[in-house]
Design a protein. Structure first.
Lengths: 260, 266
């Protein structure tokens, strides 16, 4: 059970490393993005020391972290699954003795790990641009971030499975990326979202990939809030697992293999 | 003159054919446009949410930033709609397809850009025009003419960088990664008042990579903010001409590179 999954993860890792020049461009774009956010937020803060309980320094640290996290956890499997469903290669995935969903999840984990390796040289730059200092809540940060990553992988698995019905997930996954990054709070912390937008962002699970861990890191969320966030994350994981199981059972029977 | 008219006529015909081709995949087209609107919309949503809390960005109101955003997006759409086919140039070179282009009696660049209309980018145009129209200040007819010239000029600034970087692939140098990066810089930084970046960055974005001239400088003219620019007002009023000049220069580079093109085919 473990060995085939480790193999899948290794393929995911190699896949990430094979597209080195893409990753370099993405890392440069990431640095440019963090720089832009720093400039815009510094300009709007002006002289004011605090807004919505965040000092400018805490906000800049928050933004750098949230963007690093979003970059590292960007899902790749919807793209892979889309390609393999379209070409009919998904047949080989389904005929393996290991479950389809666990294969995909393992691939994603390997890919993320590769992303972290590639990201390593950029981390000091981003940390410097964002002026990040060590956190007072390392445990809370690691807990909320790892659970948030599990949620992110499960959501992307859901998109993969939807592909069995629509046979076309290219636009859906791009839309997903836009929506998830925005509601994860990679450009604006959720506490700045006005009115209904704020309520929506609070209700959606995307915040666990960006806002929640980063806000815990800079101390914007603390004490009981961290515990509550962890509990809600566990509940999300349970709900998504049930949903995935139900959807997968139906998808399995619908499989269309293209080609021949 | 007759030569130009003929070229334009043929361009229009080729473009219509490629548009018909793209519209065969109707759902794909609709999704492409919707995604474009969503992509640009989420970029503007950032500005909107930030300025909900802070009403001023370097002295610009939300409406003024929206106008700047719309101006840049519209200019960008006018560049990317025709020129997105340049992205396929590398493929044309590698497959030897370019030889066929060179044999036909029509300007090679016109043939290449007429291969495909970036239908997906219609979403950018839509989002840009909506922002531009909603946020436009009351403009005199002369200023409306300036606004149109600014859109064309801005499109040409971006197009000239695209053309130079793409033409590098005629001679085995790969300019595409650099092009993606430059394109990204134009998109990312072009929609904000440059004074936000201040000092060295603003200088670089004005005089090295002229991102400021795509929309910020002309928008300052249209919003009567030329006093805060780091260029004289006269230069600001002439800003649409920069696009024309840069594109003329880029076209010379393209021609030069094309002369030294060696076919990969046999």
């Amino acid at each position: 059970m473990i060995r085939p999954l480790a193999g899948m993860a290794r393929i995911g890792l190699r896949f990430q490393l094979a597209y080195r020049s893409d990753v370099i461009m993405t890392v440069l774009a990431l640095i440019a993005q963090v720089f832009l956010l720093r400039m815009v937020w510094t300009a709007v803060y002006g002289g004011s020391g605090q807004a919505r309980g965040l000092t400018l320094d805490a906000l800049l640290a928050y933004l750098s972290l949230a963007n690093l996290q979003a970059f590292a956890t960007t899902p790749v499997i919807p793209r892979i699954a889309h390609f393999r469903i379209r070409t009919g290669m998904v047949f080989f995935d389904l005929s393996r003795p290991t479950g389809y969903l666990s294969q995909m999840a393992a691939f994603q984990v390997g890919h993320t790990f590769g992303g972290l390796l590639m990201l390593a040289p950029a981390v000091p730059v981003v940390l410097l641009v964002g002026t990040i200092t060590p956190t007072a809540q390392p445990l809370g940060y690691v807990a909320t971030l790892s659970l948030g990553y599990v949620i992110s992988v499960m959501m992307s698995l859901l998109i993969c499975v939807i592909g069995f019905w629509t046979l076309e997930t290219g636009a859906i996954s791009l839309l997903y990326r836009l929506v998830s990054h925005f509601f994860a709070g990679t450009m604006v912390p959720l506490s700045f979202f006005p009115g209904a937008l704020g309520v929506l962002a609070e209700a959606l699970p995307f915040k666990y990939m960006g806002y929640v861990p980063a806000a815990v890191y800079v101390g914007h969320l603390s004490g009981g809030q961290v515990g509550r966030a962890v509990a809600v994350e566990v509940a999300w994981i349970a709900a998504l697992a049930a949903l995935l199981w139900a959807v997968w059972r139906r998808a399995h029977r619908r499989v269309v293999i293209n080609g021949g | 003159m007759a030569e130009i008219a003929r070229t334009l006529r043929l361009y229009w015909r080729l473009q219509r054919a490629s548009m018909r081709g793209a519209l065969q995949y109707r759902l794909n087209t609709v999704i492409g446009i919707a995604t474009g609107v969503a992509y640009q919309g989420s970029g503007f949503a950032f500005v909107w949410v930030v300025m909900h809390t802070f009403p001023s960005l370097a002295g610009w109101s939300l409406k003024e930033v929206a106008f700047l955003y719309g101006l840049r997006l519209t200019a960008h759409a006018f560049y990317v709609l025709p020129f997105s086919s340049l992205f396929g140039l590398e493929f044309l070179v590698r497959e030897g397809e370019l030889d066929r282009v060179l044999l036909r009696p029509l300007n090679p660049l016109v043939q290449i850009i007429a291969r495909r209309l970036g239908v997906g980018q219609l979403g950018d145009l839509l989002a840009g025009l909506v922002l531009l129209v909603i946020a436009a200040p009351p403009l005199s007819p002369a200023m409306i003419a300036f606004c149109l010239a600014a859109v064309v000029g801005g499109a040409l600034v971006e197009a000239s960088f695209a053309l130079v970087l793409a033409s590098m692939s005629l001679r085995t140098l790969n300019g595409f990664a650099l092009w993606t990066f430059v394109d990204d810089l134009f998109s990312r930084f072009g929609s904000y008042p440059m004074s936000v970046f201040g000092g060295a960055t603003q200088w670089v974005l004005t005089f090295v990579l002229p991102v400021a001239f795509v929309a910020y400088v002309p928008a300052s003219v249209l919003l009567d903010k030329t006093g805060a620019l780091n260029v004289p007002a006269l230069v600001a009023y002439g800003s649409p001409l920069l696009g024309v000049a840069l594109f003329a220069l880029a076209y010379q580079v393209w021609r030069h590179q094309l002369r030294h093109y060696q076919s990969a085919g046999n």
